[in-house]
Design a protein around this ligand. Sequence first.
Ligand code: HAM
Length: 465
Amino acid sequence: MTARKKTEEPKKKVKKVTTPKNKEVKKDTKSKEKTPKSKKPPKLLRGMKDIQPKHGYLWQKLYKTAEGIADAYGFDFVETPILEEASLFVRSIGKGTDVVDKEMYMFEDRDGTKVCLRPEGTASFARAYVNHGMLNMPQPVKAWYYGPMFRHDRPQAGRYRQFHQFSCESLGVRDPVIDAELISVAYNFLKDLGIESQVRMNSIGSLEDRQRYIIELVGYLRSKRSQLSEVSKMRLSKNPLRILDSKDEGDMAVVEDAPQILDWLSEDSKKYFMEVLEYLDDSSIPYSLDFTLVRGLDYYTDTVFELYTENAEGQQSALCGGGRYDKLVEQIGGQPTPGCGFSIGLERVLLSLNNTEAEGSSIKPEKPTIFFAQLGEQARRRTLTLIEDLRKKGIIVGHSLGKTSLKAQLEMANEYLTTHTVILGQKELQDGTIIIRDMESGIQEIIDQKKLGNALQKIIDTKNK
Ligand code: HAM
């Protein structure tokens, strides 16, 4: 048996070798053709952006400012997945909205589930609120989140397919002071960054108020149908409220004389809205009323708001959108739970900061003013330990272990706006000493390495006085 096996095995090998020659040649040509293609670097997808090292400090500043203000107002940090069941957004944002009808990155997961990259985070947090029984926590549950959202829209300045939002949500309490608090957080976040924004306010009432209003509005718009743009004609049956914030000139002329939603609000909604405005007055937050403001997502009730600033072309750009959504949690299957929140588009914040740079953008890279330079292989090894020892004492020093010449390192120190450079060479290494050089006067002081931490702390304290 063994002998038979042995004779069979080589036969198989021969079979592989006898593959028709022309087939092999064909294969070779293909692989040769592929080589140059595979060397082409992959491209960044349309509407997506990389955050490059040179812009890192700007994004860190945005994150730290968001964290600072959210903490101060008592919002807890949360994070929900980027991938969600698509039905969550269809149910909450609503069919007939641009986001659901045209912009969702939707696909089937490997198990056939219809999923999508989140186009926004409010529905996701409402889902988390229901899933984790947050109804049983002290109310309101105040949460903030920060991260990428995805909408397959036509990219242009300030509009991307992946963009970042800083958002705050407050679930569980219906009180005008909550709406005012959220507007105040959004307004002051922008103010802290040096952006003076204009707040636009409206109320779209309860679902019942809105239904009554829509009948009136559609009646009016039908009578002016011939003057409407093609898009608005389509929206007449699908989403007539959106015609109110159309930017088409013909539409805008029609909208000017349209019935105003404020006249259709119930007494309760009217009173609620007036109280929100009173709280804003008390907080000295300037706002204007805009009855064409209806928002592009279906889950809102009562208060809606947007914060604007002027872009480089002098056009108004919405940095922030938000409002009350008292029916959302119910719509996605939870207990009736009121809610209110906002999201700020961070790419747009950065765009507007660049625009105001001429007047002095408040954001500058934060770099240490003390630089650590080393000379020689052994000194370089010691440097790693020394900078870690300093870090543990709370002293952060700039350094460049990748550079060997002192000249190159001092050039880099100049870029850091360094006031003092610490220099460790071969001689100092042997003596257990280290040099501190005052960059302005050029005076150098040689000290015991063990005293470095205290000496640097003194320099920092004197500078901060
Ligand atoms: P939104 O108005 O769809 O609201 O988006 C809020 C902000 O995100 C916009 O004002 C804008 O600055 C930015 N943004 C939206 N789409 C893009 C885009 N394609 N490219 C760049 N930036 C964009 C929401 O998302 C709601 N979740 C807000 C909210 C929170 N309502 C209640 N809670």
